[in-house]
Design a protein around this ligand. Structure first.
Ligand SMILES: Cc1cc2nc3c(=O)[nH]c(=O)nc-3n(C[C@H](O)[C@H](O)[C@H](O)COP(=O)(O)O)c2cc1C
Length: 404
């Protein structure tokens, strides 16, 4: 039988840990986020349903996105033990220069809708963290305003080719004049994907004031207050639009775009040209033969064609076909630093993350995005150490296989 006694103060005292309360509400919130999943939970609480769903959701049955998440869970790491891993180098050469971390912020539209600080906040975090920032054609901050908010960030401008070629040419010129490092042409959006959550939520840009959204204002007052008391939410590179995202894409985007348009852009843009949205090896080869310096294997975060290939599984065939002729990046479904390590071990030059930083933005603005980088960065470091690897550049295929 266990003998019991009354606890003595001298024994209790060393166990007591009274923390002084964190008064700053953003700090308090973010201190509870230890994973990207935690940031997502906070983001969901703080953002109106239609806006959260626009970010979180994907197309049709969302199979592409689900499979992408599953593909990362199929990764099996193979560690080496008894290595000195006290210091780890997470940097990576991307487009010819060294970046502190092997990932970039993917271009995302309507970023100020998720949280009013928007693109400027994300670009500033990119600048501080030494990683590239992608500004979308559908962004809510102009090319020039992002450049002056984060003059030293490595900025990539993402272009959609529109029916109005002169307007696209003008954006390319402005990006060049504002010192953007690379041009990213997105090619997986000839028409809009069917994002069923947006259809069901009746999402329009800008969000309209209906009885439903007004009621939502009661449960997300901070979001609505910020929306209504900061600069109006509008596209920075398009004339104003009132309607759904799908209608906008279908009206402005050009479904006749071909590889000849890539050559046209190659002629206009002096720096590195990246093609985003490649989903098979033959297309990767084709765009490289027509002037692309890098390709991003991506199915747009599962937001375009549903049941698209998973990028981690597609990667080996693309690497075979492209060889050293172009850098190969990968996105869709990355929610942890270990996902990034797996992609690099399997041969990707780098990764892009979309939702991972948007959840951070929605959870805590600029500091939330910084938290995303801290989480991903420490996960990359820890995974490398546990793998017995001291540098991202030392990862090989043998460190990560896919279980069937
Ligand atoms: C809310 C949202 C908006 C996006 N907008 C764009 C866009 O304007 N242009 C683009 O090329 N890709 C866009 N994407 C796709 C991202 O660039 C990237 O490919 C995708 O987010 C990667 O998947 P992940 O979110 O699972 O990391 C968007 C993605 C999200 C989540």
């Amino acid at each position: 039988m266990t003998r019991r006694q009354l606890p003595r103060w001298s024994e209790l005292r060393p166990l007591l840990r009274v923390k002084s309360p964190t008064l700053d509400p953003v700090e308090r919130r973010l201190s509870q986020a230890h994973t990207i999943g935690d940031l997502r939970t906070i983001a969901r609480r703080r953002t109106p349903r239609a806006v959260f769903d626009y970010t979180d959701g994907a197309a049709e049955q969302e199979t592409s996105l689900r499979r992408a998440y599953q593909s990362f869970s199929k990764v099996e790491f193979h560690p080496n033990v008894l290595r000195d891993v006290s210091a780890v180098d997470t940097s990576r050469n991307m487009l010819g220069s060294r970046r502190a971390l092997p990932f970039a912020f993917a271009p995302t539209g309507f970023t100020r809708m998720m949280q009013h600080e928007g693109e400027r906040a994300v670009a500033r975090v990119a600048e501080r963290s030494g990683i590239p920032f992608g500004l979308s054609t559908m962004g809510t901050t102009s090319i020039e305003d992002v450049a002056s908010a984060a003059p030293n960030a490595r900025k990539w401008f993402q272009l959609y080719v529109w029916k109005d070629r002169a307007a696209g040419k003008e954006l390319v010129r402005r990006a060049q004049d504002s010192g953007y490092e690379a041009l990213v042409l997105t090619v997986d959006t000839p028409v809009a994907g069917a994002r069923m959550r947006d259809v069901r939520n009746g999402l329009s840009i800008p969000p309209s004031l209906t009885l439903r959204t007004i009621l939502d204002g009661a449960t997300h007052p901070a979001w609505w207050f910020n929306l209504l008391t900061t600069e109006p939410l509008q596209f920075a590179s398009l004339s104003s639009w009132e309607g759904t995202v799908a209608d906008l894409i279908n009206k402005m985007f050009d479904p006749t775009v071909t590889v000849e348009d890539l050559e046209w852009l190659r002629g206009l843009w002096k720096g590195p040209l990246i093609v985003k949205g490649i989903q098979n090896a033959a297309d990767a080869r084709m765009v490289v033969d027509h002037g692309a310096d890098a390709v991003i294997l991506s199915n747009h975060g599962g937001r375009q064609l549903d049941r698209a290939p998973t990028m981690l599984e597609l990667l080996p065939s693309v690497l075979d076909r492209v060889g050293d002729d172009a850098e190969v990046y990968l996105d869709t479904g990355i929610l942890s630093g270990a996902d990034i390590v797996a992609a690099l071990a399997r041969g990707a030059r780098g990764c892009l993350v979309g939702r991972a930083f948007l959840y951070g933005l929605m959870a805590g603005g600029e500091r939330g995005v910084q938290r995303t980088v801290e989480i991903l960065g420490s996960e990359i470091t820890r995974t490398l150490q546990l793998l017995g690897v001291t540098a991202v550049d030392d990862l090989t295929e043998e460190h990560a296989t896919l279980r069937q």
